[in-house]
Write a protein that binds this ligand. Structure first.
Ligand SMILES: [Zn+2]
Ligand SMILES: [Zn+2]
Length: 162
């Protein structure tokens, strides 16, 4: 394999993982998988939350791919792409947004500020329904997300008749 092919696989996997993470967060974690993800939308003491089990489960896939990839290199590079995404996710979501591990950096402008605001707006809703911004590396602007939040709240109100 050429370096270009390896790099293309890694970048391609990072982009694929963002789509996969968005869909999983939107439809599984805020769907039938809410039981684990709920802990992430509530205040809690202690360092771990049940939601971390997702990271453990999702780590099994690249580990298996790394092993099998010893015999088939493209798979090894795909596993590396997933791992790179995992690293970016841990930085943006756990450290930057949720300040885990005592990380304190509040970006004042640019891309990281946008990501921070978008995920804070994801947490603006405590429950399973009506949340916005389920991605981690791509985010809509805060004004769009706020409009979506209002629309979701209206829709929920109409649906429950309250
Ligand atoms: Zn969520
Ligand atoms: Zn979060």
């Amino acid at each position: 394999m050429t370096w270009f092919e390896k790099l293309a696989i890694v970048i391609g996997m990072v982009l694929f993982m963002e789509c996969f993470a968005w869909a999983t967060h939107r439809y599984v974690m805020h769907g039938w998988g809410w039981g684990w993800h709920k802990s992430h939308h509530e205040d809690h003491d202690g360092w771990f939350e049940k939601n971390d089990l997702y990271a453990v489960v999702f780590a099994i896939v690249p580990i298996v791919m790394f092993v099998v990839g010893l015999w088939w290199p493209p798979l090894w590079w795909a596993a590396l792409g997933i791992t790179v995404y995992g690293g970016i996710y841990a930085f943006v979501h756990d450290m930057l947004v949720h300040q885990r591990g005592g990380f304190r950096w509040v970006p004042k402008r640019g891309y990281f500020k946008r990501l921070l605001q978008a995920h804070r707006l994801h947490h603006a809703v405590e429950g399973k329904e009506g949340t916005v911004s389920h991605g981690f590396l791509f985010a809509r602007s805060p004004s769009v997300l706020k409009a979506q939040l209002r629309a979701n709240a209206e829709r929920l109100k109409a649906a429950t008749g309250r």
